[in-house]
Every structure is written in C-alpha cells, then in structure tokens.
Write a protein that binds this ligand. Structure first.
Ligand code: PAF
Length: 273
C-alpha cells in the first residue's frame, strides 16, 4: 500500500494506474462498514484507492470537528490488511486554499431533513467529494446507505455535472446488537449504547409492519415513536427516493429515516423499502 499525503504525489500515483479504480472516501476511524465498502470496491475494480480526511467544510459551528475520532495508526493497518493500493491522507492546507470556489447542493432536495438540520453540510460534502473525484478519477465510488441523503446528493452531483463515475450504494452494516456502525458510536457510554438500541429496534419494527402490508407512513412512524419514546427524536420521516415526504409507502421507492440524539451524539439509521 502506498500512502500519499500531498495532491501532487497523489496525481503522480494515479497517473501510473491503468484499469478500473474503485474509490472509498472516508473520514477515518474505520469500522466494518467502511471495510465492507472497501471489500466490494476491491472485488469490482483493478485498483482500490481510499482517502482519510476529516473535512472541515461539512461540519457546522459547534459540531464535533475538533474531537472527531482520530485513529490513524489503526486505520493505516486496516487499510493495508484489506488491500488498499493507494491511501490518500492529506492535510487541510493541501486541500483548501484562500477564498475557494464553492459548490452548492441542490436547493430543494438538500434543504430537508439532514440538509435542514445541518444547513450547509451537504455543500461541504459535495465540495470535498468533487475535489477527491477530480484527483482520484475513479471508475466507481462506494458510499454507505446509512447516510442516505448524502448518497442521494452525491448521485445528483455526478448526474448534474456529467461526471463519468458510477456511484455504488452499499447496505448498512450493523453490530451484533443491531446498532448501525458509525465512527460516532465511539462517543457513546455503555448505558447510552444500551439506550441507542431502541433505534435499530424501531427500524426492525418498521420493516416488520411494512412487510405485513401496512403502507400508511403515519402508522409506521407512530409505532417507531413508541419504541423511541425515551430518546430525543430529531426526526422520523418516510420519503421517496427523491426525499419528498410521502403519506403512503411505495415499495421499491421509499426510505424510512430516523435521527435520534443520545446524549450529545446524533445517530442516524434508515431502511430502504
Ligand atoms: O461519509 C463520510 O465519511 C464523508 O461525508 C465523506 C463522504 C468521506 C466526505 O467527507
């Protein structure tokens, strides 16, 4: 595995490759969710390129940018073991300069749910993902469905800007107790983690009800609310794949989304229907 830290080094290494490149961008603190993306990218491409960069422009003031988990030594080992060919670990100054050109997420679809709660977040995500795409020039890029709206924004960007990159959506990976894997799970104390299990339980309940034929969003949301009643629910919504709220669930075109705060930690989960 080659570790590169600067943009010029990365350009040089990418120029040497000939064949499909699978790309997995991350912010580090790698877990089995990231590794499953890398595994798939490795299988489907000749080269696997990954990046670790905690991107300041996607954090809002007061969020956890300063304390975002830093596990660089473990991350390097995990990346090597899984077969990453090139690992890009730039510094902020390599990526951002003075008075940058910015990119705006689409007005309507980025201004609901996560985009509403974290105004400007998706602008920062698209800005870094576009920069990384321009440097890595991937054939395919892999993103988890856990950040469903991020996945949707990136897919729209690729389509709108005519980027020749295939976006591959990968299933949520859960811990044995059901909690969706996230680098932010590290913040939970053991009692908070126990409480957080209500989140996957609410998702599993939603799945069961829907599979039994209940398609009214309100009924599904109410049953999830009852399971999450002791937690600080930010939102539970059922949307179509364009993130429009829907009263009636459409099979193969809906997503159940839940965001809950446990202590100071926001946890996201969802179910693609
Ligand atoms: O999902 C993430 O970890 C980040 O949002 C991403 C896509 C690496 C951009 O910083």
């Amino acid at each position: 595995m080659i570790i590169v830290k600067t943009v010029n080094e990365l350009k040089d290494e990418i120029a040497k490759l000939s064949g499909d490149i699978g790309f997995v961008p991350t912010m580090g603190a790698l877990h089995k969710g990231h590794l499953s993306l890398m595994d798939r990218a490795k299988l489907e491409n000749r080269y696997l390129v990954s990046s670790i960069f905690v991107n300041p422009t996607q954090f809002l003031a007061g969020e956890d940018f300063e304390k975002y988990p830093n596990r660089y030594e473990d991350d390097i080992k995990l990346s090597k073991d899984i077969g990453v060919d090139i690992l890009f670990m730039p510094n902020i100054d390599d990526i951002y300069g003075f008075d940058e050109v910015t990119i705006k997420a689409p007005k309507v679809r980025s201004f609901t749910l996560e985009g509403y709660k974290r105004a400007g977040h998706f602008d920062g995500v698209l800005q870094i993902v576009l920069k990384l795409f321009n440097l890595v020039k991937p054939t395919r890029a892999y993103f988890g469905k856990k950040d469903a709206q991020q996945l949707s924004m990136i897919s729209i960007m690729v389509k709108n800007l005519f980027l020749d990159i295939e976006i591959i959506a990968c299933d949520i990976i859960r811990d044995d107790d059901g909690l969706a894997l996230s680098s932010r799970n590290i913040y939970l104390s053991s009692s908070q983690r126990e409480q957080a299990l209500a989140i996957p339980n609410s998702i599993f309940k939603a799945k069961e009800i829907i599979l039994n034929g209940e398609l009214k969003s309100k009924v599904v949301i109410d049953s999830m609310k009852s399971i999450l009643s002791n937690l600080d629910i930010e939102y539970i919504e059922i949307v179509d794949r364009d993130f429009n709220q829907i009263d009636t669930i459409e099979i193969d075109n809906s997503i159940v989304l839940v965001v809950v705060k446990v202590g100071d930690t926001r946890l996201l989960d969802n179910l693609f229907i």
